[in-house]
Design a protein around this ligand. Structure first.
Ligand SMILES: CC(C)(COP(=O)(O)OP(=O)(O)OC[C@H]1O[C@@H](n2cnc3c(N)ncnc32)[C@H](O)[C@@H]1OP(=O)(O)O)[C@@H](O)C(=O)NCCC(=O)NCCS
Length: 206
């Protein structure tokens, strides 16, 4: 079956799939409760998922049994988190499903969060990344993030250092390059965008 990609705000019903990906992607992972807070409570948070609506959700079977009223969902192939506070954007997390890496999904998610930050009128975006995480650093550098510092022993699980990376959004030429790149990504992947221009619909349940 062909894929049909939908970029949209994360819902509470997505959290089991998101946590499953998170557990395979981060040490330590975020808890389901942390995601629930980001989705339902935090007014700073703009959580995003990329969903293949033709893909079968691995939790649909059990969920339909336990919650027969719940909407059946597609397969979450990646997700990300953007915080926006007083002119600062902060990429809090980003991951692609381990079985679907290298297919451009991480790039869609990063580009979408940069675009959302621009539409929120952020002045700059920051993030932290493990010094050993060359794949993620490559992705960020492709979008012109620059290393601006180091946080020693930032990751408490193993004391690895983090690089601080930053993208300045004041540069009009950079924004023009970004717009061009975002248009190319949209043309290549053909996803429905229900995220980059829309306000976050805070919800208590899906
Ligand atoms: C980082 C991550 C989100 C990238 O997602 P992805 O869907 O695999 O990446 P994409 O296919 O969209 O690739 C986008 C860019 O990432 C970089 N990249 C992706 N895979 C790479 C690899 N195997 N080696 C080097 N660079 C790579 C490249 O710059 C690539 O652009 P290109 O295709 O023009 O070369 C994914 O590897 C992931 O989920 N990692 C685990 C979680 C994580 O480390 N998150 C970052 C926390 S700071």
């Amino acid at each position: 079956m062909s894929k049909s990609l939908n970029l949209r705000y994360m819902r509470t019903g997505d959290i089991p799939q998101v946590v499953a990906i998170d557990n395979q992607s981060f040490n330590p992972p975020w808890s389901a409760r942390s995601y629930a807070y980001e989705v339902s409570e935090s007014s700073y948070s703009h959580m995003v998922v990329l969903e293949d609506t033709n893909g079968a959700s691995p939790v649909n079977g059990l969920r339909r049994f336990l919650q027969p009223w719940a909407r059946p969902g597609g397969m979450i192939v990646g997700y990300g988190g953007l915080w926006y506070i007083a002119g600062e954007g902060h990429i809090s997390t980003i991951a692609a499903h381990p079985d679907y890496r290298g297919q451009g999904y991480g790039e869609i998610l990063l580009a979408a969060m940069v675009r959302r930050a621009i539409t929120l009128q952020a002045e700059y975006i920051v993030l932290e990344v493990r010094v050993s995480n060359f794949v993620a650093q490559n992705l960020y550098e492709k979008y012109e993030f620059q290393i601006v510092g180091t946080k020693p022993n930032y990751y408490r699980a193993d004391n690895e250092d983090a690089y601080d990376m930053r993208l300045d959004l004041a540069d009009e030429a950079m924004i023009a390059r970004f717009d061009q790149r975002f248009a190319e990504v949209c043309a290549q992947q053909q996803f429905i965008d229900q995220y980059t221009d829309l306000p976050s619909p805070k919800q208590k349940s899906s």
